[in-house]
Design a protein around this ligand. Structure first.
Ligand code: NAD
Length: 211
């Protein structure tokens, strides 16, 4: 893959999913895999899988398919940053705590370094090994700890203010879990995940029985 070439965000999503599934294959003792097997695991077409893998410049062999270890390493080189990336969670409620515990130790290149909350009962407590700071210290800690990604898990009414504050503090990417969309400047990558939208989509197709 050409240096600095930006992949479409859906491709990046699928590469992350490929890697998760390939790691399970390795754990099960598998060494090679065909595109149709990856496609079957993710319920997509093998043409899509081959296109994505060609985009990152990897070729398998006709006889054995892709070497799983090589593919995992290559996906890592493309998705992960060399030095790793440091993440903060803003809002240490039910979801914030679940995310901190879930991500703990999952990805060596993505580490949750700090959490922030306005509730003084949560401030200076440790959640799954992560220090919770008062929200007033957001800019200071983001700078001193070189944090580049912020995860927003505050009440929806607070989301816009928190996003603005994260951008001012120098954050480069935001994952917003609140149902309230936020605005960020174009140099910040924003991903919004609304669980209700996903659930309503499932409910619609179950109702129509059209999947
Ligand atoms: P929660 O009320 O349990 O937690 C919110 C936390 O944010 C609290 O600890 C609160 O003190 C803190 N907070 C409030 N204002 C803040 C601010 N300005 N800066 C820093 N911290 C602040 O809520 P929750 O259930 O964890 O949900 C959080 C958000 O995620 C909501 O917007 C919710 O709609 C969304 N969400 C939650 C779930 C879930 O399963 N809990 C699922 C999907 C989306």
């Amino acid at each position: 893959m050409k240096e600095n070439k930006k992949l479409p965000d859906k491709t990046v999503e699928r590469l992350s999913q490929y890697r998760r599934n390939l790691l399970i294959c390795v754990a099960n003792g598998k060494s090679h895999i065909f595109s149709h097997e990856i496609a079957g695991m993710l319920h997509i077409t093998s043409v899509q899988v081959r296109r994505d893998i060609m985009l990152i410049g990897y070729k398998g062999t006709l006889r054995k398919g892709y070497d799983i270890q090589e593919l995992i390493l290559l996906i890592g080189e493309i998705i992960d940053s060399n030095s790793g990336q440091r993440v903060a969670v803003i809002g240490v409620g039910n979801l914030g705590r679940a995310i901190i515990s879930y991500l703990k130790g999952k990805r060596s290149k993505l580490s949750i370094i700090a959490a922030f909350d306005t509730n003084i009962e949560k401030v200076d407590r440790i959640y799954a090994g992560v220090h919770c700071y008062h929200y007033d210290r957001l800019a200071e800690i983001i700078k001193s700890e070189d944090i580049s990604i912020g995860i927003i898990t505050v009440p929806a009414s607070e989301a816009a203010k928190v996003a603005e504050n994260l951008v001012i503090s120098g954050i480069k990417g935001i994952l917003n879990f609140t149902p309230s969309p936020v605005n960020v400047s174009s140099h910040v990558f924003l991903e919004e995940y609304d669980m209700i939208t996903s659930l309503e989509k499932v409910a619609y197709f179950v109702k129509k029985n059209e999947f």
